[in-house]
Design a protein around this ligand. Structure first.
Ligand SMILES: [Mn+2]
Length: 430
C-alpha cells in the first residue's frame, strides 16, 4: 500500500459533498449515451486505465526569456518534485509515472526509485539535456551538441545520452526522449546536410546503447533556441530519423512544436500509418511554443488528435502503443493545479473521442457527406463527459474535484513553510 500525501479524510470529505450530485449527473449522462448505443460504464472503464506522465520539470514554476517569477513552496530538488507528483497522482489517479530530466534530476538512482515507490509512482521516459551547459562540463553546447562540428563535443553528447539510459535502467524506465536545440541563427552559419549527417551518426551511437526492450523517441521542434534553422525541425525530418535508426526509434509529437494552424492530427495519422508514432508531449499554444496548459486554447484540436488515436486503438493498429506525457510551463498558476487539470483535459479528449460513432462516420465519408461527417465528430465533442471523468476518479481513490480537494488540504501553504524560495533556477521549457 503506497503512502498518500493529502490526508484521506480531506479527500473523503470533499468527495462526500459532491457524490450525490455526481451520481445523478452520471445516471443522466448514462441514459443519454444509452440512446446513442453507448454503454457509459465501458467508457468509464477505459478512462480509468488511461494514463499520462508528469514531467518532473513541470512542477516547478517556469519562465520566459524575460523573467521568471518563482511561486511559493517550489520544489527544491527531485525528491520534492516526486512529492508534488504524488499529490497529482493521488487526486487525479491519472498520472502514475514521472518523466525525469538529466542532469536536472540527477540523484542516486536507487534513492530515486525508493522515493517514487513510496507513493506508488513509476518512471516514464528519460529525457537527456544537451541544450544547455552544466557547471563541470568540459565542452560547451553553445554551437550544438549531437550535430556539433567538433567530434569531441558530439562524443560528449552521445555519452550523456548513454548515461541517461544507464540511470533509466535502474529506475525501470523503458524509453529515452532526445530533443536537441542544435541549429543556426544565420543563413550560411551551418551546412544543413553536414549537420544532419553528423546528428544521424551520433544518434546511431545512442541507439546502439539502447536495451532490447527500450524505445527511442526523437522530438522535433520548428524553431527556438535557434531562430533560423533547426536540425530536427519537423515531422518529416523526425520520420527520416526514426526510419534511419531502426525499429526501436519513434517520433515524439510535442503539440507546441509546430507552426500555428498546422494540421497536427494529420501528422499523427501519418505517423500511425507508418508505425512511427512514439508518443506525445501535451500542451497548448496560441502563437508559438507557448507551453500553455493542455486544452486551454484549442480543446477541439486536442480532441481531433485523440480522434486519430482512438481510431487506431479501435482498429487494432499493429504496434500502436503511444506514450502520453504533459510538457508545459506554468508561469502564473500553481503548477500542481495546472498539471492536475491538464491531465484531466487529456483524459477528456480521450473520452470524447471514444464517443465518436465510427460506423456512421465511415458511411458519411464513403458517401461524401461532408456535413454529416463533421457533425458526427461534433456530436462526440459536444458531449460533456465530466461525470465520466469524475466517476473514474472517485472509483479509483481520487478526488471528484481535484483542485477543490487540493485547496482544502492547504498543501501549497504547508510546503511553502518547509521549502525556502529559490531565485532563478532552471526554466524547464523543452
Ligand atoms: Mn516537449
Amino acid at each position: 500500500m503506497s503512502e498518500s500525501i493529502i490526508s484521506a479524510d480531506i479527500v473523503d470529505k470533499s468527495n462526500a459533498a459532491r457524490k450525490a450530485d455526481l451520481e445523478r449527473d452520471y445516471a443522466s449522462l448514462g441514459e443519454r449515451l444509452d440512446r446513442r448505443g453507448i454503454a457509459i460504464d465501458a467508457i468509464r472503464d477505459k478512462v480509468e486505465k488511461f494514463a499520462v506522465a508528469i514531467p518532473s520539470w513541470g512542477v516547478g514554476t517556469g519562465g520566459t526569456r524575460f523573467a521568471r517569477f518563482p511561486g511559493a513552496g517550489e520544489p527544491r530538488d527531485i525528491f520534492d518534485k516526486i512529492e508534488d507528483c504524488a499529490v497529482i497522482k493521488q487526486l487525479t489517479q491519472a498520472t502514475p509515472t514521472v518523466s525525469l530530466h538529466i542532469p536536472w534530476d540527477k540523484a542516486d538512482p536507487n534513492r530515486l526509485k525508493q522515493a517514487a515507490s513510496r507513493f506508488g509512482l513509476g518512471f516514464d521516459a528519460m529525457n537527456s539535456n544537451t541544450f544547455s551547459d552544466t557547471k563541470d562540463q568540459k565542452l560547451s553546447y553553445k554551437f550544438g551538441s549531437l550535430s556539433h562540428s567538433d567530434a569531441g563535443t558530439r562524443r560528449q553528447a552521445v555519452e550523456h545520452n548513454l548515461e541517461c539510459i544507464e540511470i533509466g535502467k535502474t529506475l525501470g524506465s523503458r524509453a529515452l526522449t532526445v530533443w536537441i536545440g542544435d541549429g543556426s541563427n544565420f543563413p550560411g552559419q551551418v551546412n544543413f546536410a553536414k549537420a544532419f549527417e553528423r546528428y544521424l551518426d551520433a544518434m546511431r551511437q545512442v541507439y546502439a546503447g539502447l536495451p532490447a526492450d527500450w524505445k527511442l523517441f526523437t522530438e522535433h521542434k520548428m524553431y527556438e533556441p535557434a531562430f533560423y534553422s533547426t536540425v530536427v525541425q519537423d515531422w518529416g525530418t523526425n520520420y527520416i530519423i526514426a526510419k534511419e535508426l531502426g525499429d526501436k526509434a519513434f517520433c515524439l509529437v510535442d503539440l507546441g512544436h509546430h507552426a500555428p494552424n498546422v494540421n497536427i492530427e494529420m501528422i499523427v495519422s501519418r505517423l500511425i500509418q507508418f508505425k512511427k508514432l512514439g508518443g506525445f508531449h501535451f500542451n497548448d499554444s496560441k502563437y508559438g511554443d507557448d507551453d500553455l496548459d493542455a486544452g486551454s486554447i484549442d480543446p477541439y484540436r486536442l480532441f481531433l488528435v485523440f480522434n486519430e488515436l482512438v481510431d487506431a486503438e479501435l482498429s487494432g493498429a499493429e504496434g500502436f502503443d503511444p506514450a502520453h506525457m504533459l510538457d508545459q510551463s506554468h508561469n502564473v498558476t500553481d503548477p500542481i493545479e495546472s498539471l492536475m487539470l491538464s491531465a484531466v483535459e487529456v483524459q477528456r479528449a480521450y473520452a470524447q473521442a471514444l464517443l465518436v460513432d465510427r460506423k456512421a462516420l465511415e458511411g458519411f465519408q464513403d458517401g461524401n457527406d461532408a456535413l454529416m461527417a463533421t457533425q458526427t465528430l461534433k456530436a462526440a465533442y459536444r458531449t460533456d463527459v465530466e461525470p465520466i471523468l469524475a466517476m473514474a476518479r472517485l472509483r479509483t481513490g481520487g478526488a471528484i474535484d481535484p483542485v477543490a480537494a487540493y485547496r482544502a488540504a492547504g498543501y501549497r501553504a504547508k510546503v511553502a513553510a518547509e521549502r525556502p524560495a529559490v531565485a532563478g533556477g532552471s526554466g524547464g521549457i523543452v
